[in-house]
Design a protein around this ligand. Structure first.
Ligand code: ADP
Length: 745
């Protein structure tokens, strides 16, 4: 590390991050005004030019190809393989322990829930496994394993065990982190269960995990694909247009091509000076593969068969912030520590990836210049201009803090920039969370002992010239490689350590591990009853981000580790963002009425039961029209995309139906108020049902004021109320077709 960088770093440490601000400062985060305005381009051409397509499509289009160099001889194989653990699972040893514990925890869950913040207005989703119950279980099962290992759990702190057999390219950074923490790594897996499983790709890399924690959520990979991310953000944008304008306007292809063409045509008719550029991104693509720029919808057609493939077409940000005349983006690491409650941490340090050719606004001449327009490291590393540097503030890959420092030295309010970025991250995770919960309950249904999940996401963010952050994409598997390729002899490439990557990525992995450390931080008394343990853990978790001190006191100092590089932003800033979590409530209803464990699709009976239980039929809405609504929306959603072959209504379709019902019922309110009002109505119906289930038979009094939802998280009561078969069907009384004169959004 150069002396210069040390100086820069020291100065940066002195900059106060919003995550360290007082309550007063936090209000800055709440009053954000983000907008991705479309500025006009000076370009006059209307021809499409491929910038980073695969060779075939480029040849098809007859445009200048910019291909990535072919793969080279690579360094080390990073997947050592491992023995299967399925045997131990089949033995049932761990399974029995976990199930017994689960039972105990379920019995105390009601008490534990009541020990949580009683003033919370949020309805907790009844998904176990992501919350305290299973953390309690993980802790207990650790004790079990400790016995098997013959260690004296109660007297001596047992090393946390990490299965790294599936870590793939994050292996080096993970190993370094585990060493720093003095934990125990199992590089080839382990017959006994581990505390933590580190997967390189998805939740399913290792099957048959029943306890501990996995560093991937089921469904995260699917949710952050370009189309799904665009849909999730779009739904939130419909509800909260001001808050969700950090994502470029996007259209989903192929189904929205006509809409895209019509909207662009109309906008051009209204403003003839508008000369936009669009970026086309294949749905499953990564690292810039298959991406190209166009100036006009007609140019898209010219690319032949490509237009049938699922993709997102997006407004191209033509005025990015430049440093040294180069376009760059920011890679930020975000830890989703738990879904319920939603806990988010952001790494204070990230990476900035630079283009390697000076930026110019898109024009016919430069549209295909990949090194000018695309910031992907994987592309630019092959440019002759790419600069590998051990310094953190020079070269083609730098630390994010070096950028902030640079901006601050120009008098830019970097606190505002950082707080806008935090806000963007929180809002994006809020948009993704509802569907993730649906995936979660399908993979780890209520009653299945575990494991719990956490995940590091890579957020790619572009700063516009006016310093507004724009979300480009979210990566479920951000590269955690701490080496880079170097040509050691002509045509021979080797991986060599990369100081910048190591600085950032080891910190992120190490501190993620510290945050998910299953060892109790405070409670060492084995006399603690389960309810006590649950409440203690709850306290620890609420403390975690709001006070670095508590984190540092809890095992951090003893290992002489630096303070955490991950800052909690949720629930820390929950007050400012909770009002956005409307779709969460719809997802909660969806899960309640799914009926069958392990499914993600709502059948027609489940939908009818939802309507009945929430008493949504009235003079304007008959059951027959409900059925038509179900068929209409489900058919349309299932017709979209090749992957949607399952029958039944997916969450997104249910959300659309819910919006429709809300609009019908609460006319003349803004959409988010309509939807919130309907969610309240459904919540009240649920509370009434749960109360009836909790009360002794024969007592059916209805509370005068609605009780807080958390009173109804008693699993016994909840499972009864969640099961629609316990409720007497209400026959439709009034006819009317809800599809006619519908204006479904
Ligand atoms: P991939 O997953 O293939 O990397 P991205 O969505 O990250 O796809 O896009 C690749 C690159 O293209 C980004 O790193 C960024 O430099 C550029 N880019 C993507 N979307 C936009 C946009 N809307 N405006 C400007 N540049 C963009």
């Amino acid at each position: 590390m150069s002396d210069h960088y040390v100086k820069v770093k020291v100065q940066l440490e002195e900059i106060q991050f919003p995550g360290e601000e007082t309550e007063k400062d936090v209000e800055v985060v709440a009053g954000l005004e983000l907008s991705v305005s479309s500025s006009s381009s000076s370009s006059s051409s209307a021809a499409a030019t491929s910038v980073a397509q695969d060779g075939k499509s480029r040849n098809d289009s007859g445009r200048k190809p910019i291909s990535k160099p072919r793969s080279k001889s690579r360094g080390k194989p990073l997947d050592p393989g491992r023995r299967s653990r399925s045997k131990s699972a089949k033995d049932g040893t761990q399974g029995v322990a976990s199930v017994n514990l689960q039972e105990k925890m379920e019995n105390t869950a009601c008490t534990a829930e009541r020990l949580q913040n009683p003033s919370s207005n949020e309805a907790a989703l009844e998904i176990k496994g992501s919350g305290k119950v299973l953390q309690g279980k993980a802790e207990q099962s650790k004790g079990q394993h400790g016995k098997e290992d013959g260690s004296k759990v109660q007297r001596k702190k047992r090393s946390v065990t990490v299965d790294s057999s599936k870590a793939k390219t994050s292996l080096e950074a993970l190993k370094t982190s585990i060493k720093q923490l003095k934990w125990k790594e199992f590089p080839a897996g382990r017959r006994l269960p581990c505390d933590i499983y580190w997967h390189g790709v998805s939740f399913h890399d290792n099957e048959n995990i029943f306890s501990g924690q996995v560093n991937k959520f089921p469904g995260m990979m699917e949710m952050v694909r370009k189309i799904n991310l665009s849909r999730a953000v779009r739904t939130m944008h419909e509800l909260f247009p001001e808050e969700y304008n950090f994502y470029p306007r996007s259209w989903i292809l192929p189904e929205e091509f006509q809409l895209f063409a019509a909207e662009v045509r109309m906008a051009k008719e209204n403003d003839s000076s508008w000369k936009p550029t669009f970026i086309v991104k294949p749905d499953g693509g990564s690292q810039g593969d298959g991406i190209y720029l166009i100036k006009d919808p007609n140019d898209f057609r010219m690319l032949g068969s490509a237009h049938n493939k699922p993709a997102v077409i997006q407004e191209y940000i033509i005025k990015p912030l430049l440093i040294d005349k180069l376009k760059f983006d920011i890679r930020l690491y975000v830890l989703v520590k738990s879904l319920e409650p939603l806990e988010i941490y952001i790494a204070k340090e990230g990476l900035s990836r630079f283009c390697t050719e000076p930026y110019q606004e898109p024009s016919q001449k430069n549209l295909h210049h990949v090194f000018m327009h695309l910031t992907n490291y994987s592309l630019n590393v092959h440019s002759g201009n790419f600069i590998h540097s051990d310094s953190m503030n020079t070269g083609s890959k730098r630390t994010f803090s070096s950028i902030l420092y640079r901006l601050s030295s120009k008098g830019i309010d970097i606190k505002k920039v950082w707080s806008d970025i935090i806000s963007l991250v929180i809002k994006t995770v809020i948009a993704l969370a509802p569907e993730l919960k649906v995936y979660y309950q399908a993979d780890i249904p209520t009653g299945k002992p575990g494991p719990t999940c956490f995940q590091i996401l890579g957020f790619d963010i572009l700063l516009m010239k006016n310093l507004k952050p724009v979300l480009l994409e979210v990566n479920a598997n951000p590269s955690m490689r701490i080496e880079h390729e170097q040509e050691v002899a002509p045509g021979v490439f080797e991986y060599v350590p990369s100081a910048v990557d190591e600085e950032v990525k080891v910190g992120v992995i190490r501190d993620t591990l510290r945050l998910v450390d299953p060892a109790p931080r405070k409670a060492t008394n084995n006399q603690l009853r389960l309810a006590g343990i649950a409440s203690e853990m709850q306290e620890d978790i609420s403390d975690a981000g709001s006070s670095d001190k508590s984190e540092q006191d809890s095992g951090v100092k003893e290992n002489n580790l630096p303070s955490l590089c991950l800052k909690q932003v949720l629930p820390k800033y929950a007050k400012q963002f909770n009002y956005l979590r409307v779709i969460d409530r719809i997802a909660e209803l969806f899960v309640r009425f799914l009926g069958v464990k392990g499914t993600m699709r709502l059948g027609p009976t489940g939908f009818r039961t939802f309507i009945r239980n929430c008493k949504l039929c009235n003079s304007n809405l008959s059951m027959a029209s409900v059925d038509i609504l179900y068929i209409d929306i489900t058919r349309r959603w299932n017709g979209m995309g090749a992957e949607q072959r399952e029958s039944g209504m997916c969450l997104q379709a249910f959300v659309e139906a819910f919006f429709y019902l809300a609009q019908r019922r609460f006319k003349s309110l803004p959409l988010h108020e309509q939807v919130t009002a309907l969610a309240d109505l459904c919540g009240a119906a649920k509370r009434r049902a749960a109360l009836a289930a909790c009360q002794p038979e024969g007592i059916h009094s209805v509370p005068t004021a609605p009780a807080p939802p958390h009173h109804f998280n008693c699993p016994a009561a909840a499972s009864k109320s969640a099961d629609y078969r316990f409720h007497r069907p209400v026959l439709p009384t009034i006819k009317g077709n809800c599809i006619e004169n519908s204006a479904v959004n």
